[in-house]
Each structure stands twice: as structure tokens, then as C-alpha cells.
Design a binder for this molecule. Sequence first.
Ligand code: ZN
Length: 275
Amino acid sequence: MKNFDQRTIITVAPTGAWPSKKDNPNIPLTPSEIADDVYDCWEAGAAVAHLHMRDDQGSGTMSKDKFEETVTLIRDRCDIVLNLTTSGALDATDETRMAHFIELKPELASFDAGSMNWMHTTLFINRPDFLENLGRTMIENGVKPEIEIFDAGMIYNAMYYLKKGVLQAPAHFQFVLGAAGGIGGSVENLVFLKGLLPEGSTWSAFGVGKGAVPIMLATIAMGGHVRVGMEDNVYYSRGKLADSNAQFVDRAARVIKEATRDVATPDEARKILGL
Ligand code: ZN
């Protein structure tokens, strides 16, 4: 068995709540499109799939039925680790942000460790009482939080919740750099954020839009795990739309291997993350 420190987990985030077929016609939106796409990404080396759902008009939704349909299709075909969003629609209630993971028991779900202005247009609300309820409900259901960090203060919120028992160590963090309203997508910011983490944590990172490639390269160099996909970036390279999410996974896998590291399988990701 190789040293797990040399393994890098690729998470694919194929859809998100925002990009449309107008932004990139190859983005998967329906349960069957998402399941097919995730299967291709699993074959290309993705160990984790971070999933959002869309309603029949293509808008972000926390519909439990859509999650269930998609999760069933994926579980029938491969062993990829599932990570379900808890922040898939601005009009979601505390209940609809949790009902899907209570029923479907994914191994991971997102935990957004604070509130912020979102894309200069609206609010992304994660009230303290909601976060305490979310963390405790995840513990009760055996779902590990992927703590999403959009800005440095959110790490301090997470540390407070770790102390309070709302989150449990060792925690897993996902740094989101370059989302409008959050910290910018520079390598300097990534180094700063990583330095704030509680010892023993695992971490992953990605840059939104033009930060995607530099943050991926820096993250691999720093020993973190990576996330790629159209939730974060619909362009494969400058001015060229991605053909598929698997194209991003392929590139990440190539870079990891060139960096003389190994791409973690889903079962290796489970060991690394303590699932
Ligand atoms: Zn997401």
C-alpha cells in the first residue's frame, strides 16, 4: 500500500446551481445527464462527486426527488463518494437543505461556514442557529461535513463549531477562491488560508473562473486535494468552453501524475477522509 500522503483526491462538481446551457451547452442538468457525466468522471479518476440539482426549468433546487433519482442512478453504476450540496437554492428552507441527506445518507455533504454577499446580487445566508442544527444533524446521520470556506473568517467559525461539538475533528475543508463576495483567487490567498487550518485537518481547494488552473496547480504542489468541474468554471482554457466535466478530471489526473503523486480511488478517498 502506498503512502496516503502521496494520494490526491479529485472531486468533480459537474453542475452547481448557476451555470446554464447558454453558458456551456455541455453542462449536465437532469438526473440522467448528471449520472452519465459523473460515471464518465469516475472512469477518468474522480473519487468524489459534489452534486446540485436543477428543476425542470433548469434552476437550482433542493428537490429531494431529484436528488434521490440522481443518487440511485449513480449508485447503480459506480462506487464514487457522494457529496450532496446543502445550498442548492436561494429559496430553500432549513428543512429542504437537510431532508435529502437525512434520507439518502451520502458520505459527505457541504457545510457553508458563514453568510456572505453573493455575486454582488443577493445574500447567501447560513444563520448560526441553522449551522448548529446542520452540524448536529449531520453527526446524527453519519454524514461528514465538507466545510466550505469562502473567506478567512469562516475558518474561525468552523473552529468555534469544532470546539462546541457541532463539527468533529479531523475536519475536511474545501477552499473556494474567487467567488464574488469571497476571498480572491490567488495563490497567496490559498497559502494564507491553508496556514489557518486546525492541525490534522484534510483540505481541498478550487478557484472559480480564471483562478481554476493556478489554484489547482498550487493545491497539488501544497499536498491538498482538488475540485474541478462546471459548477466552478465552464471554460477549459482561455476562450474555449469545456467539452465535458471528464475533460477537467482528465487534466487534473494528468497533472497529479506529472507531479509524481497518485490519483486517489474512491476507497482511498474514504480512508483519507475517514468516511
Ligand atoms: Zn456546490
